[in-house]
Ligand binder design. Sequence first.
Ligand code: G3P
Length: 221
Amino acid sequence: MKKRFILINFKQYEKASLDRARNLLLEFSSIDIPSGLFLGFAVPAYDLFLKREFPNLGIISQHVDCAPFGAHTGQISMDALMKIGITGSLLNHSERRVSAENIKCTLRRAGESNFDIFLCVEGAEEARSYSEMGARFISYEPPELIGGDVSVSTAKPTVIEEVVSSCSGKGSTVLVGAGIKTPADVSKSIELGAGGVLVASGVVLAADPVKVLNGFIEAVR
Ligand code: G3P
C-alpha cells in the first residue's frame, strides 16, 4: 500500500490525559498496523514520557520548539524528544499557532535531525509557502470544523484539492483533519489526494476508540 498516515491527537482531553492516556495507548497497542501505515498518537506534553513504556507506538508531540538544550524556559526541546525516542511532532496546530519565523527555524532543525514535523495550516496559500520551505508533511485543518460533526472532506473538498495541488511536486505529503468521524470521511480524504488524516474527537471521545480506529485503518488500505 502507498504510505499512509493516521494521526490521533489526544489534545488535553481529560479522557486522554495522564493515567487515561496510558490506558488508551495500552488499548491501541493491540491494533494490527498494516505495513505502509504510520499510526501516530499526539499526546499532551506531560505524557510524552509514556514513549518509554510504549516504545513500539508512534507517539509524537503536539508541539515542538526550535530552541536546543540550554537556558530556555517552558519549551519543548526536539533534542530531548529524540532522546526518549520521539521522532515527530505536530506544529502550528490551530489551537497552538506559532510565528512564521519559529516555523522556519523548527523546520530547518527538524530537517537536520531527521525529525518529522506535521505542520498544520489553515488554507492553500499557507500550505504552498511552507511546502516551498521544505515541509515534508502539511496538515490542512479548517479551524471552524474542528471538533464538529461535519468533516473536512465533506465541507472542503475543493480546498483539499487546492492544498494537494499547491504541495505537489515539492515532496510534501498532505494530511487533512477536522470533523472526521467515519471511515467514509477517511476514504473521501484519500480520494481527494490526501496521504492521511488527523483526528481527535472522533477517536478519543468515542465509546470504543479501538473499534473506530480499526475502521479508519480499513478505510486507508
Ligand atoms: O488535530 C486534530 C484536530 O484538530 C481535529 O479535531 O475533533 O475535529 O477530529 P477533531
